[in-house]
Design a protein around this ligand. Structure first.
Ligand SMILES: Cc1cc2nc3c(=O)[nH]c(=O)nc-3n(C[C@H](O)[C@H](O)[C@H](O)COP(=O)(O)OP(=O)(O)OC[C@H]3O[C@@H](n4cnc5c(N)ncnc54)[C@H](O)[C@@H]3O)c2cc1C
Length: 398
């Protein structure tokens, strides 16, 4: 297990920290600690400008190969970048779906012309993406997607009809990657395609979903004869499942690691509050703070164990517990935050609520146990792929 970074890595750390210190100033100062999960509605335009600033400094797509416009950082350097980014309180990334999901997917599965068309806008921080996977009847059971894509021979375009749901940041996105059924008679994971679709067109309607917090980070997206070009399908018709699953591998990869520093920031805030309001004198609260601290350390060691397991960052068996572990830890941290706040956590004016950061955090962290694979699905994955237990029975639903 490798637990330390090299001297070269530490020099890289100084470089990242220095750049952030020098550039997270002026109009970007107000973005500190803003725009993360549960706060993504804040400062979208300023955060898009921040993406361009990052790009100018060469700090977007740090893990992509140089040949595709990235910085070609090693796994260790990527971890350092994400850690320092969170330590500096730099804002939640509007570009994270393009950088973390679309780009690596196109690098692995896309054509030369798709890479030439779509990667530069992601690297430059000028084009933003959203993820069109989930539908009202297809969440955990993603293979049940009903959205259809038909090739119009006369016009030479793909035509999409159907509905997606929970599409984060669709209202801020220029493009959406969409899983849709190319073979209308197919079921489950067969007969699917993976499409690159421009959002600003007459056939797409984005309807915000208002949450209990009063904010709307995610949306319903309706496709009503929406179009994309003939070559905006990644792979062949029928390859959609393979591409979609490859993408989820990137979702569960190294890009999640920097969040530990953000978690540390939240824990620090809770500890400071407990000291200030006297909650730290309660032995039960003290125990729970200690548990949270230990949990975060374990999370870090597990991440380091995962990373040291493979040279190319591909995930090993140990990685299977990671999502379940951090999501459950974070959910518990939200409950701890409310107990430290005490009666104050219940006090709200009328809607739209002016929630404190900790109140927002508490409400949002429930969703950590849902997106990217629910806790129950994670347990299935651990049982089947990690422990070799029998697969759960699958029933094809038409
Ligand atoms: C904050 C947030 C952002 C999101 N952003 C996006 C996005 O940008 N794009 C996108 O496409 N989607 C997005 N999603 C959707 C997310 O991927 C789904 O919510 C998730 O896959 C679960 O699907 P579902 O909501 O349909 O729940 P369901 O799949 O209907 O699950 C309901 C319950 O049943 C349980 N369950 C289901 N199947 C099994 C099983 N086989 N075994 C045991 N238990 C099971 C689940 O664990 C859950 O408790 C987002 C969700 C959230 C919360």
């Amino acid at each position: 297990m490798r637990l330390q970074f090299s001297a070269e890595d530490e020099a890289f750390r100084q470089e990242v920290a220095g750049w952030l210190r020098d550039n997270l100033v002026g109009e970007f100062e107000q973005l500190k600690y803003r725009g993360g999960p549960g706060d993504e509605h804040m400062y979208p335009e300023q955060r898009k400008r921040w993406e361009r600033k990052l790009a100018q400094g060469g700090w977007t797509c740090v893990g992509w190969p140089r040949a595709h416009g990235g910085r070609g950082c090693s796994i260790e350097q990527q971890v350092i970048f994400f850690e320092e980014y969170a330590r500096a309180g730099a804002p939640g990334r509007v570009g994270h779906i393009g950088e973390g999901l679309t780009g690596p997917t196109l690098i692995a599965f896309g054509s030369e012309s798709q890479r030439a068309r779509y990667l530069p806008g992601i690297v430059a921080g000028t084009e933003f993406w959203c993820q069109g996977y989930s539908e009202p009847g297809a969440g955990s059971d993603l293979a049940n997607v009903k959205t259809k894509a038909r090739f119009d021979e006369q016009r030479g375009v793909w035509v999409l009809n159907g509905q997606k749901v929970w599409t984060s940041l669709a209202h801020e996105a220029d493009y959406c990657f969409v899983i849709a059924r190319t073979d209308p008679d197919s079921v489950a994971h067969q007969g699917l395609g993976f499409f690159l679709v421009k959002m600003d067109q007459p056939g797409i309607e984005v309807r915000p979903i208002q949450q209990i917090t009063g904010t709307s980070e995610f949306n319903e997206v309706f496709f009503d004869d929406a179009q994309c070009d003939a070559d905006d399908i990644v792979g062949q018709p029928g390859d959609g499942w393979k591409v979609a699953m490859g993408l989820l591998g990137f979702e569960r990869g190294v890009s999640t690691l920097g969040q530990q520093m953000a978690f540390q920031n939240e824990l620090d805030q809770i500890v400071a509050l407990a000291r200030a309001n006297g909650a730290a004198r309660d032995p039960a609260i003290r125990q729970r703070i200690a548990q949270a601290h230990i949990g975060l350390k374990i999370m870090r060691y597990n991440a380091m164990r995962m990373l040291s397991g493979s040279a190319d960052g591909s995930l090993q068996r140990e990685a299977l517990i990671y999502k379940l572990y951090w999501a459950s830890w974070h959910r518990d941290l939200g409950e701890l935050a409310m107990d430290v706040l005490g009666p104050e956590c219940d006090i709200l004016e009328g809607a739209p609520y002016q929630l404190s950061r900790l109140q927002s955090m508490y409400l949002f962290v429930r969703s950590d146990t849902i997106y990217g694979g629910t806790n129950q699905i994670q347990r299935n994955i651990i049982a089947e792929r990690g422990l070799g237990m029998p697969k759960e029975p699958k029933v094809a639903i038409r």
